[in-house]
Design a protein around this ligand. Sequence first.
Ligand code: PEP
Ligand code: MN
Length: 260
Amino acid sequence: MKTSPIAIFKEKRPVIISGPCSAETEEQVLETCTTIAKSGKVDILRAGIWKPRTRPNSFEGVGVEGLQWLKKAKEATGLPTAVEVANFNHVFEALKHGVDILWVGARTTVNPFSVQEIADALKGTDATVMIKNPVHADIELWTGALERLHGAGITKLGLIHRGFAQYGNSVYRNDPKWQLAIEMKRRFPEIPMVCDPSHICGKRDLLHAVSQQALDMDFDGLMLESHIDPSNALSDKDQQLTPKDLEIIIDNLVVRRPNI
Ligand code: PEP
Ligand code: MN
């Protein structure tokens, strides 16, 4: 698989991606993004615009309107932005509004039809795309999603490890099953891999330990959700960090291999 480097991953280690689980209001996006950017420790801003909720009747995202807020956050901070896309229309709107990085969510990576639709929508573009592992522990689907995007001519590719669903009690929201991420690194050593401790842990108190473990395993970056007021967040309220707590976690990470 021939890939082009995603420039930012060649410049810094670990790359920190942060921002709210969901864009909720213009104020919430701008306040969260400008505050986390001020620390100088965040490299890419994230926000969910269309939210793939497991059960209906919960907040499903603000839609296209939120892309304008993210654009303002990008202008205010000078940082690139990342958004989850799940279909042709999402890709079209995200690119139209200047989103820098698209990511394929865990509930989309499981569906080859959806991944192919995204790949087809991206044909002929120079897009950067990161692919989360599928919800369940099938790395052939994860590999297949990479292959579908690569087959559409997308060469700036990255992987996001967000853990795997399990039935029954566990300390994790999604079991990390680290060995599967290691196997993906073995298959695609040149493709950057980011860990998403927020969706692995599901709660704040585990975030530092899982982030450190990912760095110890040589992941290239971390995706950590942050929110100006986590307890009132419309999605994933137990795992989002205040800007201050995000900074504390980053400051307490031991980075053993800062440069490539
Ligand atoms: C998210 O990043 O907010 C999200 C919905 O993640 P996942 O696809 O990992 O569940
Ligand atoms: Mn989330």
